[in-house]
Write a protein that binds this ligand. Structure first.
Ligand code: ACM
Length: 532
């Protein structure tokens, strides 16, 4: 952060002649010298870019060993955000950072009153003065978003799991911030390769830093069924027993799944479970012979082809099965959505596909949930309340535009931009390339509000970055593909379009590198980003 640093240093040199008097004065009042505290991060180095940033040059705040976190009196949720913040800061600072309800002009305050009304339901206002840091919001979700911004203002080594040397100084000024879109999603495919509860929690913590508020879990596919369904136990006993490449696979018990959902909720992230239907169902078909039209269970599948499986559209048991699964998934899901897949049903005829969706969409509603579907499901003319997820490789999608005209709002995940499993370039070892190479600038440089031709900006519910895992087996590989592109998609979901500027984004993104290093995130150091 060249300019503020230089100015402070020059001021420091001018002050040398007065040093003795100053020292005497400071020791007399018992304060640390604020002039020594130079923030590492300028106020505008935040990803995603905030709505409004107003630096106050010369003002800083430095955490001290006795700093306290004050949370809105009477709010358990605000207190939980305070505990979360303390949990982030304690290992590296070594400070106690006690969290307690109260109000004080000093230290860190998380308050549910007094925010600019423009912050809405998820935004916040952050003020850093020499006395402390005040984050104000109308909801705990807003406080949580403000905490993520505050975190990025501290030196990168604050993200370390071990104790580091301070000073822990942040720049003075104000941030007013609120999201462009309500839906800011990340999807993780835990079906092609299974990811443990710990691995998914790790990803949740990573995406939460970029104000992602939806985690779509792709729980079932040809290669594995990953969520225990008590009324159909072989789905996981057999259907969860392998994965791409023939490894041991795995699944979440309902208890583990509830724990994941609660963990995500503690990061203000809503889980959207996907049960992919009627295609991508080989694991289910292999587990129950009666779900197959010919009554014969196919073998488990560990390859990466798509489009070869389908539930039997004309059998009653298909809908008993789907009803049971949706009932159990809905009971495990506090969020409003269930994703019913619907993609690449290549061995299902269009009339059969429509017949299937006509029976299944009312089941989703019966269990109290709103259906999300990959955009192919618009051919079934789904109700306006349902959410198509666009994953096309073109910008022309008249059927999706027609669904929007009927009232649906659309989530954008164009495969050429938002698919985190696409290779960065021809040297990327992991990932696939059927939608083309996607380096960081490609991922960043599109406008969700104007991407699909004739899709009105008002019909866009938000964006989502899917991460398919045919080629990815562990957290290090997931991180290599998600970082730094996930923050690019997160910024498209959060930041006002007026802030969109690749030249500036890449500099702000570069400042995330040391943070990921401190966290042990295995990011791809794309040559497009001026890493320090
Ligand atoms: C998809 O990529 N098949 C949604």
């Amino acid at each position: 952060m060249p300019r503020p640093v230089d100015r402070t240093r020059r001021a420091g040199r001018r002050a040398v002649g007065r040093a003795l008097a100053a020292l005497l004065f400071l020791s007399a009042v018992g304060a640390a010298s604020p002039a020594q505290a130079v923030p590492e991060t300028p106020l505008h180095h935040i990803v995603p870019a905030p709505v409004k940033v107003t630096p106050k040059p010369g003002v800083t705040y430095t955490l001290a060993a006795d700093t306290r976190i004050h949370t809105h009196p009477g709010s358990r949720e605000a207190r939980q955000v305070g505990e979360y913040l303390a949990g982030v800061l304690r290992p590296s600072t070594g400070y106690r950072l006690p969290v307690a309800p109260g109000a004080s002009g000093h230290g860190i305050s998380l308050l549910l009153t007094g925010a600019d009304p423009r912050v809405g339901d998820e935004g916040y206002q952050l003020d850093v003065t020499h006395r402390g840091v005040v984050i104000r919001a109308r909801t705990a979700a807003g406080l949580f978003a403000g905490v993520q911004t505050f975190r990025q203002l501290l030196p990168a080594k604050v993200e370390s799991a071990s104790r580091q040397r301070g000073p822990w100084t942040v720049p003075g000024g104000s941030v007013l911030d609120h999201p462009r879109y309500a839906h800011r999603g990340a999807m993780l495919d835990v079906a092609r390769h299974f990811f443990s509860v710990a691995e998914v929690k790790r990803y949740i913590d990573q995406i939460a830093q970029y104000k992602i508020n939806r985690l779509h879990l792709h729980l079932t596919d040809d290669q594995g069924w990953r969520l225990e369904i008590k009324s159909w136990p072989r789905l996981t006993e057999h259907g969860g027993s392998t994965e791409v490449g023939g490894g041991a696979g795995g699944y979440y018990t309902q208890e583990q799944y509830r724990d994941l959902v609660a963990y995500a909720a503690s990061r203000h992230i809503e889980v959207i479970p996907e049960i992919d239907l009627p295609g991508h169902t080989n694991a289910a078909l292999a587990s129950y012979a009666e779900l197959n039209c010919d009554g014969v269970a196919p073998p488990l599948y560990t390859g990466i082809e798509v489009g070869f499986s389908s539930l039997c559209i004309d059998k009653d048991i298909t809908y008993e099965f789907v009803d049971d699964v949706l009932r159990e998934v809905a009971a495990l899901t506090p969020g409003r959505y269930i994703h019913i897949g619907g993609d690449e049903a290549l061995v299902t005829t269009d009339p059969d596909y429509v017949k299937f969706m006509d029976k299944v969409l009312p089941l989703v509603a019966k269990h109290g949930k709103t259906a999300v579907g990959w955009h192919e499901f618009v051919k079934a003319d789904p109700p306006a309340s349902t959410v198509p997820q666009f994953w096309g490789t073109k910008t022309v999608a008249p059927d999706v535009v027609a669904a929007a005209k009927r009232g649906s709002r659309v989530v954008l995940s164009p495969a050429t931009k938002a698919y985190l499993d696409m290779k960065y370039d021809e040297n990327t070892k992991l990932g696939l390339k059927w939608a083309g190479y996607t380096d960081v600038e490609d991922a960043y440089d599109w406008n969700p509000g104007a991407f699909v031709e004739d899709l009105p900006a008002s019909a866009v519910l938000g964006v989502e970055a899917p991460l398919w895992t045919e080629t990815l087996t562990d957290s290090a590989e997931v991180e290599h593909m998600a970082f730094p592109r996930l923050p690019a998609i997160a910024e498209l979901g959060w930041s006002p379009w007026e802030t969109h500027d690749w030249a500036k984004f890449r500099v702000r993104l570069a400042a995330q590198g040391p943070r990921w290093q401190a966290q042990g995130v295995n990011f791809y150091p794309s040559p497009q980003v001026p890493w320090k």
